[in-house]
Design a protein around this ligand. Structure first.
Ligand code: SF4
Ligand code: SF4
Length: 152
């Protein structure tokens, strides 16, 4: 081995053992990423806007007279795979339906946001909204009752 070849061999060995190529590769990746658009948001200053059709927390809908659309048929409760909907019906004060719910609770911590309740509803009375960031300090606060669901 000539002196020149030995030096080249020694230099290559040093480079590999000192992780210099890996460090340069990592640094170049970092520099490249610095000039690319970010994939993250500085929450809460920057708010994430969910895509169209995102399934977030529920609301109960009202008709054009301001009455709840729900007729307490229990279809959503029956369809719910997480068993997180609890409905108690009572006779309706209005002539266009037999029943209305007097209790309508959804446990948001049990819900898997599958949208089956919305699909099952024959009256278009329940929908999943884009809301995903409502915080709570207790489990009880995440059990939404009829007033909370109607007020959303
Ligand atoms: S989204 Fe799915 S899990 Fe949540 S309440 Fe509706 S049916 Fe149940
Ligand atoms: S929300 Fe719809 S499916 Fe559920 S009880 Fe009311 S009317 Fe029936």
């Amino acid at each position: 081995m000539t002196a020149g070849m030995w030096l080249k061999h020694w230099w290559l060995k040093l480079m590999i053992r000192s992780y210099i190529p890996a460090a340069i590769k990592g640094l170049s990746l970092t520099v490249r990423r610095m000039f690319q658009p970010r994939d993250t948001l500085s929450y809460p200053e920057e708010v994430h806007v969910p895509r169209k059709g995102y399934r977030g927390e529920h609301r109960l809908k009202k008709d054009d007279q301001g009455r709840m659309k729900c007729v307490a048929c229990l279809m959503c409760q029956t369809a719910c795979p997480a068993e997180c909907i609890q409905i108690v019906g009572a006779p309706s004060p209005w002539p266009d339906r037999d029943k209305i719910p007097v209790v309508f609770n959804i446990d948001m911590l049990k819900c898997i946001y599958c949208g089956m309740c919305e699909e099952a509803c024959p009256c278009d009375a329940i929908e999943l909204t884009p809301t995903f960031n409502k915080v709570a300090l207790t489990r009880e606060e995440k059990i939404y009752d009829i007033n909370k669901l109607l007020g959303r």
